[in-house]
Design a protein around this ligand. Structure first.
Ligand SMILES: Cc1cc2nc3c(=O)[nH]c(=O)nc-3n(C[C@H](O)[C@H](O)[C@H](O)COP(=O)(O)OP(=O)(O)OC[C@H]3O[C@@H](n4cnc5c(N)ncnc54)[C@H](O)[C@@H]3O)c2cc1C
Length: 375
């Protein structure tokens, strides 16, 4: 059965689950789950987010798992740090861009000089300056900001001389990417009968499930998202199987007539994109402090990206803010910014402590975990 999400900036994804006759239970479950995650991380060693959940969520257990795990972070709750999930409750609320987030990013960066399709194969970073090797030649720089994803860095396509310290390599392993893909279907005439940008998830205990974003920006495009371990398995089988799953899933939820209304389709397969190799970064058990490890400069080299943020990990906003912090730190190294001591970030992270995160305003009253959904 589909469960509709009506999100506002003030509600987390799954606190907004509505289903006739069940919304009261869902809301109560949401409060209990937020509290349980807070209790699990308060002053105790980190555990998996799955282990932190209440055990009596009954028919909502699968829905809570999907909404908090794969559809919010790209990872199953079993592979996710409860502490990191608790910190993510501070994520900014979701907002939609009709032209697509990529278009917005390209516009924001339009004035920058960018060399596309020029992979860096090696960074030599031990000297005063760094050398970046590419097939088009070597670039020498006084400061380098590395924004490749943790999975791309772990793949070894970009080598480092000297090798990255174990501390940084361990941090990247703990902050690996999850899996998240869109299967876009053209459904002219709104056969699902949903509103613009309506978000629906299924009430199901099966990991073989999706999340629907209907009528994107008022168009006839509908998007079935697949994520976590199921999403990774499905995307590995290729685009035809992804389309088949999306149609089968919509047919189960909305009736057999839907299959005949689907026109064109297209699916992303981010795990196979060689310089990305996954979706957003999220910490495995014990990995929450590693966001800060990646904020440490290594000589003239700085890291940025969605793994390098203590509360907004796995989001464009987190990646952007981490880039601004790294740019400030690099400018300070170059002597352009002088106001702060050189070994501290120019914009110190304003993360709350785990205790604050768990015990101040209730997580369900913050924007938390809701970027895939509509405002
Ligand atoms: C399907 C999907 C939907 C998502 N939806 C949302 C959403 O709605 N909202 C949201 O906030 N987040 C969303 N995310 C997460 C968001 O896309 C990421 O958090 C964000 O892209 C991370 O940005 P980044 O700059 O850290 O890394 P990336 O986007 O991975 O950028 C790193 C860049 O480095 C380049 N690179 C890698 N290796 C090299 C090399 N050797 N040489 C040169 N360049 C290299 C890559 O080509 C890439 O362009 C989504 C992710 C996915 C997969």
């Amino acid at each position: 059965m589909p469960a509709r999400l009506r999100n506002s900036r003030a509600a987390s994804t799954w606190t907004s689950i509505r289903r006739r006759g069940a919304s009261v239970f869902a809301s109560a479950a949401a409060v209990r789950v937020n509290r349980a995650i807070g209790d699990a991380v308060r002053g105790k060693p980190d555990i998996s987010a799955a282990a932190a959940l209440p055990k009596d969520l009954r028919e909502w257990a699968g829905t809570v798992n999907s909404a908090l795990g794969p559809f919010a972070t790209g990872k199953d709750l079993e592979n996710l740090s409860a502490l990191d999930l608790g910190m993510m409750a501070q994520r900014d609320g979701a907002s939609m861009c009709r032209q697509g987030l990529g278009t917005l990013m390209a516009k924001l960066g339009a004035s920058l000089t960018v060399a596309l399709s020029t992979p860096v194969t090696r960074i030599s970073w031990s000297g005063r300056d760094a050398q970046l090797e590419t097939a088009s030649g070597t670039v020498t720089a006084k400061a380098v900001i590395v924004t490749a994803s943790t999975n791309a860095l772990l793949s070894g396509k970009m080598k480092f001389t000297p090798e990255l310290p174990k501390r940084q390599q361990d941090a990247m392993n703990k902050l690996s990417l999850g899996s998240y893909d869109h299967i876009a279907l053209e459904l002219p005439g709104n056969p699902l009968g949903l509103a613009k940008d309506d978000v629906m998830i299924e009430q199901s205990n099966d990991k073989r499930t999706g999340m629907l974003l209907a009528n994107l920006g008022g168009s006839s495009l509908c998007q079935v998202d697949v994520a976590g371990s199921f999403g990774a398995e499905l995307s590995a089988r290729g685009e035809a199987e992804m389309r088949a799953f999306a149609i089968e899933w919509l047919t189960k939820l909305f009736g057999a007539d839907i299959a005949g209304t689907v026109k064109r389709s297209r699916a992303t397969r981010w795990n196979d994109v060689p310089y990305v190799l996954g979706a957003m970064s999220a910490a495995s058990v014990g990995g929450q402090p590693m966001h800060r490890v990646l904020m440490e400069p290594l000589g003239c080299m700085f890291f940025a990206g969605d793994a390098v943020h203590e509360t907004q990990a796995g989001t464009v906003g987190g990646a952007w803010e981490s880039g601004e912090r790294a740019a400030d730190a690099a400018l300070r190294r170059l002597g352009v910014l002088k106001s702060l001591p050189s070994d501290t970030p120019a914009r110190p992270p304003r993360a709350r402590t785990p205790r604050e995160a768990a015990s101040s305003s209730p997580p369900e009253q913050r924007g938390g975990l809701n970027w895939p959904s509509r405002n």
